[in-house]
Design a protein around this ligand. Structure first.
Ligand code: KG4
Ligand code: ZN
Length: 346
């Protein structure tokens, strides 16, 4: 029953978790930087890494206290080594290396997307492998075939913006806070999803690739039109209708692509993971798809959909079982493919 300490610092959230046996979350602590970046309307990389430096040690201590275990009880350390902001990644990686060196415990290098996909297994009754994984986050939107937590094949991905990025940019254009995805989710509940017929990108094309940049532009134009009609600021009713119609367009595309991926692979399970998996409309529509197709559709609880370290520890558990311990001179990478782990990551 190995206990793994996970560390995630790839972007603006700092997270530390303790996970037993690859799926039992004893503690999952997230130190959010939303307040640091919100005045700028986006993540400022230099501020992100500085904030990680300030809070990493205490966040590790908090996680150990929360789990009620001493550091001695930990069998290994898992850390996100890419992709992400290099400055942010390096803070977590250097800390994890030092901790592994000092304690003699094995260190495992985890790919951030492996982590998101593993979040579907953080359950007393984990989703059966193999499954189709749909990662929808602020930086990634892609479909994968997941055979094991470390054997993953890309099926299709966005050609431009990630879905979460589109949510955040639309939210910013409508004067909502940062990150705006959750705000759109809330406001959309008061709007009419049929009010505006926004484009459904890549639905007419065959295959599993996606695109959200054109939709984002269509929404920005619509916001401009509504503002001009009102002679200034966007009225609350228009804002709710635009949010709901935009959200519905994104959800339509994601549901259809998930349907195609399930048909193409014939797999019996679908994991919806990443920050956008917290979206209520997307969860409801994916659950409907699961019921319609008789497919086991899972989405983690919202706190495990957004960046967290429990998902990193889950992958590290698997890597440790496979004997794939990282070398202590491993490097962090801002971009790294899932199917080609860099030298030193193992
Ligand atoms: O996975 P995540 O925490 O970070 C990345 O790895 O990118 O995802 C963050 C993204 C942001 O774009 C945020 O606006 C979006 O997920 N998000 C949501 C919701 N909660 C978070 N988007 C729509 N509805 C939500 N409820
Ligand atoms: Zn993420």
């Amino acid at each position: 029953m190995p206990l793994i300490l996970g560390i995630e610092s790839s972007c603006d959230d700092l997270a530390v978790a303790l996970v037993r046996d690859g799926h039992e979350v004893l503690a999952s602590v997230v130190h959010s930087q939303d307040a640091v970046h919100s005045p700028y309307g986006g993540v400022v990389p230099e501020l992100a890494s500085r904030d990680h430096v300030r809070h990493l040690y205490t966040t590790v201590q908090r996680a150990l206290e929360c789990a009620g275990v001493p550091l001695d009880a930990v069998a290994g350390i898992g850390v996100t080594a890419g992709p992400g902001l290099v400055g942010s990644l390096l803070v977590g990686l250097c800390f994890a290396k030092a901790l592994a060196f000092r304690t003699g415990k094995p260190l495992m290098a985890v790919h951030h997307i492996e982590g998101h996909l593993a979040s579907a297994r953080l359950d007393r009754d984990p989703l059966e492998l193999p499954f189709v994984g749909l990662v929808v986050s602020g930086g990634h939107t892609a479909l994968y075939r997941v055979d094991t937590l470390t054997q993953i094949q890309l099926l299709g991905q966005t050609r431009d913006d990630a879905a979460g990025e589109a949510f955040d940019k639309v939210a910013k254009r409508m004067g909502l806070g940062y990150p705006g995805g959750r705000e759109i989710d809330l406001i959309a509940g008061q709007g009419d999803p049929q009010a505006i017929d926004f484009p459904r990108p890549m639905l007419r094309e065959p295959g599993l690739d996606l695109s959200f940049s054109g939709l984002k532009t269509a929404v920005a134009l619509e916001v401009g039109r509504a503002e001009r009609r009102a002679g200034g600021t966007l009225p609350a009713g228009d804002r709710a209708d635009i949010a709901a119609s935009f959200q519905e367009a994104v959800v339509d595309v994601l549901v259809e692509k998930a349907r195609r991926a399930l048909a193409a692979t014939g797999l019996p399970g679908l994991a919806l993971v990443g920050g956008l998996a917290a979206n209520r409309r997307l969860r409801a529509r994916m659950a409907d798809l699961g019921a319609e197709l008789g497919v086991d559709v899972r989405f983690p609880p919202p706190a495990l959909c957004t960046d967290n370290a429990a998902m990193i520890a889950a992958v590290a558990d698997r890597l440790l079982r496979e004997g794939r311990v990282a070398k202590l001179d491993l490097e962090a990478f801002s971009r790294v493919r899932l199917d080609r782990r860099p030298e030193g990551w193992q």
